[in-house]
Design a protein around this ligand. Structure first.
Ligand SMILES: NC(=O)c1ccc[n+]([C@@H]2O[C@H](COP(=O)([O-])OP(=O)(O)OC[C@H]3O[C@@H](n4cnc5c(N)ncnc54)[C@H](O)[C@@H]3O)[C@@H](O)[C@H]2O)c1
Length: 423
C-alpha cells in the first residue's frame, strides 16, 4: 500500500449496501444517536486527531459518525483481518468522507501496514480493540505517540495487556479501560458475545444445537453468555475453567464442569472464550471425535493451536463450506475449524447486535470526550471509566427501552448511608 493513500478499502462500489447497513444499525443505537446529536452541537472533539483500531462493522461506523460529529479528525483501521465488512468500509470513505484502512481477509503485512497508517496520523486520542495500535505506538511508531492525551481500550485482552505494560513501567501515555465499564462488559461481552457467537456458528455450519454437546472454554463474561445461549438452544453445555471460583459458578449455574482432556472426548462443538493462548492444543485434538467442530470467540486467533492441528493433519481441505476448513487426521478422523480460528462471531456473522453495541460505543464516545476534557490531568496508568458515564448510559438505555425504575426516598438514602440505624 502506498504511504500517501488516504484510504484502503476493497471496493468503493460497495458503498450503497454499506450505507444501508449503517443506517439499519443506527435504528438500534438510540443512545449513541443522542450522543452524536449533542456532539454535533457542542463539538467537544474539535480539531482532535484520532486513530481507531476497531472491528470495521456497521456499529463501529456509527461510533465513527458520532466522533466526527464531535469534530474529530479520525482514521480507522481494522482490529482483526477477518472482521471487516467491506461494504461498510466503502461507505465510510464514500458517504462519510473518512480515512479507512481495512480489507476483509487482508494478510498479516497489510494488517500491519494499515495499523502503520493509523499511527502516521499522529493521533491525540486512540481507540483499540486488543491494544494492537497502542503496541505499535510503543514500538515501531513510538515517534508518532508524542501528542497522545489518552487511549481507550475496548476489550478484556487489551486491558490485560495494558495493565501488564503499566506494571512493567513501560506504558507511555494514559489509557482508559472502557471494557471494564459496567455498561460494556456486563452486556456486550455477555449478551453480545453470547448471541453473536451462536449466530456465527449456525451461519457457518447450519448444525442443530439441540442435543449437541457444546464445550465452552472459559467462564468469564463471554463464557457465561455463550453457555446460557447454547443452553437456551437445547445444547448440553460443558464448561472448562482454570479459575476455581468461576468453575464453581458454572457448576452452580447447572453446567457440567470438567478438564479439557475429558471434555475433548465428549464434545461435538468447542468454543474458546478465554483470552488465553493454545487452550485447545495437540493433546486435545488427538482425543476429539470424528466431525468435531472447533471455533474461537475470545482473542484474535491464538486460542486454538492450529499449528499443532496442522502438524497432526494428513490433509487440510480449505473451504469445505464458507468459513469452514476440514483437517483430516490419521485414520480419516476429521476436525472442522470455523473462521480460521478467528473470532467466529465476526468472521462468520456480523458481530454483536447493534442494540448492545449502542451501550459500548456510547460509553466509548463519552469516555473520549472525558479524556479530551481531562487533557494533561490524567497520569500514565490504566484508568477506570468514571461512574457518572456508566450511570448516564444505563439511564439513557433504559429510557430508550421504555423502562422506568424507582428512586430512593430521603429516608432510604439516609438509612443506606448510616451505620447506627436498623441494628
Ligand atoms: N468475540 C467477541 O466479540 C468478544 C467480545 C468481548 C470480549 N472478547 C474477548 O473474549 C475473551 C474473554 O473475555 P471475557 O470478558 O469473558 O474475559 P474474562 O477474564 O471475564 O474470562 C476469561 C475466563 O477464561 C478463563 N481461562 C483462562 N485460561 C483458561 C484456560 N486455559 N482454560 C480454561 N479457562 C481459562 C479465565 O479463568 C476466565 O474465567 C477476551 O479475549 C476478550 O477480549 C471477545
Amino acid at each position: 500500500m502506498a504511504k500517501s493513500k488516504t484510504y484502503d478499502v476493497k471496493d468503493l462500489k460497495l458503498a450503497g449496501e454499506g450505507k444501508r447497513r449503517i443506517l439499519w444499525a443506527d435504528h438500534f443505537m438510540p443512545v449513541l444517536a443522542q450522543v452524536r446529536e449533542r456532539f454535533a452541537r457542542e463539538t467537544p472533539l474539535a480539531g482532535k486527531r484520532m486513530s481507531a483500531c476497531l472491528h470495521v462493522t456497521a456499529e463501529t461506523a456509527n461510533l465513527c459518525r458520532a466522533l466526527i460529529a464531535g469534530g474529530a479528525d479520525l482514521v480507522l483501521c481494522a482490529s482483526n483481518p477477518l472482521s471487516t465488512q467491506d461494504d461498510v468500509a466503502a461507505s465510510l470513505v464514500k458517504d462519510f468522507g473518512m480515512k479507512v484502512y481495512a480489507v476483509r481477509g487482508e494478510g498479516r503485512k497489510t494488517y500491519y501496514d494499515h495499523i502503520a497508517a493509523a499511527c502516521r496520523h499522529s493521533p491525540a486520542v486512540t481507540m483499540d480493540d486488543g491494544a494492537d495500535l497502542v503496541n505499535a505506538l510503543h514500538g515501531p511508531f513510538a515517534d508518532c505517540a508524542g501528542n497522545i492525551i489518552a487511549s481507550m481500550e475496548e476489550t478484556t485482552t487489551g486491558v490485560i495487556r495494558l495493565r501488564a505494560m503499566a506494571q512493567a513501567g513501560v506504558l507511555k501515555f494514559p489509557v482508559i479501560a472502557v471494557n471494564d465499564a459496567a455498561t460494556k462488559h456486563l452486556f456486550d461481552n455477555r449478551y453480545g458475545t453470547g448471541q453473536s457467537t451462536t449466530d456465527g456458528i449456525i451461519r457457518a455450519t447450519d448444525i442443530l444445537l439441540a442435543g449437541t454437546n457444546v464445550v465452552v472454554v472459559g467462564y468469564g463474561w463471554c463464557g457465561r453468555g455463550v453457555s446460557s445461549r447454547m443452553r437456551g438452544a437445547g445444547a448440553n453445555v460443558i464448561v472448562c475453567e482454570v479459575d476455581p471460583i468461576r468453575a464453581l459458578e458454572a457448576a452452580m449455574d447447572g453446567f457440567r464442569v470438567m478438564p479439557m482432556k475429558e471434555a475433548a472426548k465428549a464434545g461435538d462443538l468447542f468454543v474458546t472464550v478465554t483470552g488465553d493462548v493454545n487452550v485447545i492444543d495437540s493433546p486435545h485434538f488427538r482425543l476429539m471425535k470424528d466431525g468435531a467442530i472447533v471455533c474461537n470467540s475470545g482473542h484474535f486467533n491464538v486460542e486454538l493451536n492450529l499449528e499443532a492441528l496442522r502438524k497432526l493433519a494428513r490433509k487440510v481441505n480449505v473451504g469445505v463450506r464458507n468459513n469452514v476448513d476440514e483437517y483430516v487426521l490419521a485414520g480419516g478422523r476429521r476436525i472442522f475449524v470455523l473462521g480460521e480460528g478467528r473470532l467466529v462471531n465476526l468472521a462468520c456473522a456480523e458481530g454483536h447486535p447493534a442494540s448492545v453495541m449502542d451501550m459500548s460505543f456510547a460509553t466509548q464516545a463519552l469516555t473520549t470526550e472525558y479524556a479530551v476534557g481531562s487533557a494533561g490531568r490524567l497520569d500514565v496508568r490504566v484508568h477506570e471509566v468514571p461512574r457518572s458515564i456508566d450511570d448516564l448510559v444505563a439511564t439513557l438505555k433504559l429510557k430508550s427501552m421504555g423502562i422506568r425504575i424507582d428512586t430512593l426516598t430521603a429516608e432510604q438514602k439516609n438509612y443506606l448511608a448510616s451505620f447506627d440505624q436498623g441494628t
